[in-house]
Design a binder for this molecule. Structure first.
Ligand code: RTP
Ligand code: MG
Length: 141
């Protein structure tokens, strides 16, 4: 296993629930380290560009509408096997199918408002991290 970085977003529903700290604690307790973080309210352009791979999907407009509905917290997580580990901590996209004890099982209600985003591959992680952070905004341990 290698040390990796992955992009995590705490989505508007989880921020509205005041669950930022509980969610970051899950990452830290699993051995992931926050090496960059910012809170921001995404514009339609910024959210649409982030989810550009889903542009032709029927849920794209709802997804952008949701991601711009309130502030989000974007962070870079670093650690052993960080990309897969974060996806495991998150649970399935649809919280109704997410395993017990995962973030989506515990904090999300619906497939649209599902609490967190996590990069799904090394290629996505590289693109997504540079979409939100300059090199001078990342603070390795
Ligand atoms: P994310 O990118 O947000 O981490 O979620 P994911 O990898 O688990 O799922 P993905 O397939 O990338 O979809 C991105 C977001 O679009 C919404 N979605 N809705 N109605 C639907 O069938 C559907 N499928 C996906 C979800 O909110 C998902 O997080
Ligand atoms: Mg995805």
């Amino acid at each position: 296993m290698a040390t990796e970085r992955t992009l995590s977003i705490i989505k508007p529903d989880a921020v509205a629930k005041n669950a930022i700290g509980d969610i970051i604690a899950r990452f830290e307790h699993a051995g992931l380290r926050v090496v960059a973080a910012k809170m921001l309210h995404l514009s339609e352009d910024k959210a649409g560009g982030f989810y550009a791979e889903h542009k032709e999907r029927p849920f794209f407009n709802d997804l952008v509408g949701f991601m711009t509905s309130g502030p989000v917290v974007v962070q870079v997580l670093e650690g052993e096997d960080a990309i897969a580990k974060n996806r495991d901590l998150m649970g399935a996209t649809n919280p109704k199918e997410a395993a017990a004890g995962t973030i989506r099982a515990d904090f999300a209600e619906t497939i649209d408002a599902n609490a967190v985003h996590g990069s799904d591959s090394a290629e996505s992680a590289e693109r997504e991290i540079s979409y939100f952070f300059g090199n001078d905004e990342i603070c390795p341990r």
